[in-house]
Design a protein around this ligand. Sequence first.
Ligand SMILES: NC(=O)C1=CN([C@@H]2O[C@H](COP(=O)(O)OP(=O)(O)OC[C@H]3O[C@@H](n4cnc5c(N)ncnc54)[C@H](OP(=O)(O)O)[C@@H]3O)[C@@H](O)[C@H]2O)C=CC1
Ligand SMILES: O=C(CO)COP(=O)(O)O
Length: 346
Amino acid sequence: MEKIAVLGAGSWGTALGFVLADNGHDVRIWGHRQEIIDGINEMHENKKYLPGVELPMTMRGYTSLEEAILGVETVILAVPTKAIREVLQSLEEVATNPLTIVHVSKGIEPDTLLRISEMIEQEMEPAKLQDVVILSGPSHAEEVSRRQPTTVTSSSKNMKAAEKVQDLFNNHQYFRVYTNPDVIGVEIGGALKNIIALAAGITDGLGYGDNAKAALMTRGLAEIARLGSVLGANPLTFSGLTGIGDLIVTCTSVHSRNWRAGNMLGKGHKLEEVLDNMGMVVEGVRTTKAAYQLAEKYDVKMPITQALYDVLFNDVSAKAAVDSLMSRTKTHEMEDLANILGERKN
Ligand SMILES: NC(=O)C1=CN([C@@H]2O[C@H](COP(=O)(O)OP(=O)(O)OC[C@H]3O[C@@H](n4cnc5c(N)ncnc54)[C@H](OP(=O)(O)O)[C@@H]3O)[C@@H](O)[C@H]2O)C=CC1
Ligand SMILES: O=C(CO)COP(=O)(O)O
């Protein structure tokens, strides 16, 4: 049994705290909203983010970060990418011992173009950072917290740390954790699948069918793998849980906030209205900006990302974006990726 702090009392932080508590750990969940923390402590429910799920008694809520991390060696960081730096700066101030930070967020920072593990290494003083681990894969909070079978991947530069996190979370009934040393591939796959899920929601919202969605998922994976390979990922990672696995669940599940946001865009709603209605984070919007910038920087063809960027930020209609994708110059299915891998070998 270990004392573990979960930072972020949204849907994913609460669901992961639920798994850790099921595994017998002493879980301290930190959030900045008093009413959510009171609900967790008094009603054993997170009414806003995970309604209808009875939380274990061994899960305690805190609004004081200092108290939440007292005596803790492992911290689960479960806030949206946009809030990561702010939370890390507060954590750095109150940490008194080296921490293993397990991040579970899926995004890339626009402008700096950093992955979350790189942001953690930048923000935390080395003396306060033991290891960085990423936990990612096809996993919606709504299903995990109902103990429905789920598989994810634990990744780190230090495989011993990844294996420790595998042991902390692994649950023989419903939560199976694999390991993968490819930190870049795991983070890129998890972040970029949200772009494709937004696009899949858009085509569904436009009334297009399964052919369109299958095309987006397959060609979406091709552009994720192209960019990931240029950034140094192992291309095989994209055929795993954090690649195709997460792409499938996010493009096809009604639980996906990215798919739901895309669906509303496809039906003609404006971006601000969609985000206001969601009440939860839609990571794919910021990640589209970051991936667009990465594609420009590394000169990688990412037509779906570019088309979505135009819909989100340049007022191009969803229908016009699909038309532009369909009328691109003819091309080979695998040539670009094969060329990138060939160049990496030489
Ligand atoms: N939900 C899921 O099924 C999964 C989510 N993820 C990833 O996990 C990450 C978190 O997502 P998720 O939990 O779903 O998001 P939610 O929108 O459900 O919750 C986000 C939580 O973070 C809190 N928060 C936001 N900013 C801050 C801040 N500056 N300081 C402290 N707390 C803050 C929010 O508080 P407030 O109420 O004040 O807004 C809220 O409690 C995302 O990157 C997502 O992609 C990954 C796998 C599955
Ligand atoms: O990453 C997720 C599932 O693996 C969650 O996706 P959404 O943020 O689109 O709900």
